[in-house]
Design a protein around this ligand. Structure first.
Ligand code: 1GP
Length: 249
């Protein structure tokens, strides 16, 4: 099977033994007129890609306009991180085609996916299959996605979800502590999942400092995602990227 351009780009970098850093821009909390400027800064800081999305994105029109501004400024891949069917834009390079595995609601496991599938196809958008597992009960994503969130230290269950994602053919696994979480996922959980699964592991939520990045990557995350840290003070970004890139596997 031939991988899409963005997936190949990610896999080449992971295959070269690198830890990737991806910056998350939430179009609801990022002023639209700043989209291009922020994107350009993210690329200059060395991030490997930009994810665009958030739990409360509600307008495809606004998302289109946001992504167009981002794309005008950068050459790194722009990947949609969708919360629902309105988060599909023809202007992105790819979309995480994701299933919220620990939702109790059919809609977030496969319903939104079947409703969005023809739109993804008609936009000729690269779909990258991903299993998404949410931890911590206080996050917006847990509430919006009707998740039965895992306790951060529940590594045994996280391993089972990770294996299930892999055996179902998903090609990435995202361990989500929730945007704005007070701390990143515990290293024990990341390490146990990394050890058990063969697909790349993405970790996000609550990663604020270079020390957090080192801990998460050291425990085995192939990709770290940060959003809130940059929103609070963008000057932290180069040091987060540096921490990921200078920690060999
Ligand atoms: C959210 O994991 C991402 O889906 C990023 O979380 O905003 O806490 O960096 P933060």
């Amino acid at each position: 099977m031939r991988l899409g351009r963005v997936e190949q780009y990610l896999m080449d970098r992971i295959g070269a033994g690198r830890h990737l850093h991806i910056s998350l821009l939430d179009p609801v909390s990022t002023p639209s007129e700043k989209a291009g400027e922020y994107a350009s800064y993210i690329q200059e800081s060395g991030s490997d890609a930009i994810m665009v999305g958030g739990s409360t994105v509600y307008s495809q029109e606004a998302l289109d306009s946001f992504i167009k501004k981002v794309k005008e400024e950068v050459s790194i891949p722009v990947i949609i991180f969708p919360n629902n069917v309105q988060s599909i834009s023809r202007y992105a390079d790819a979309i995480w085609f994701m299933s919220l595995l620990n939702s109790v609601d059919w809609y977030y496991i496969v319903g939104a996916q079947l409703q969005g599938a023809l739109t993804v196809k008609s936009f000729n958008l690269e779909a990258i299959p991903m299993g998404y597992v949410v931890f911590g009960s206080e996050s917006t994503v847990a509430a919006m996605g009707r998740a039965l969130p895992l306790a951060p230290h529940s590594y045994e269950i996280a391993v089972c979800y990770g294996l299930a994602a892999q055996y179902l053919g998903m090609r990435f696994l995202y361990l989500e502590a929730g945007s704005g979480a007070s701390r990143p996922l515990p290293e024990t959980t990341i390490r146990a999942v990394r050890k058990a699964v063969d697909i790349p592991v993405i970790v996000g939520g609550g990663i604020r400092t270079p020390e957090d990045v080192k801990a998460v990557c050291g425990a085995g995350a192939d990709i770290v995602v940060t959003g809130t840290a940059i929103e609070r003070d963008h000057r932290i970004l180069p040091s987060l990227v540096y921490a990921a890139k200078n920690l060999g596997n």
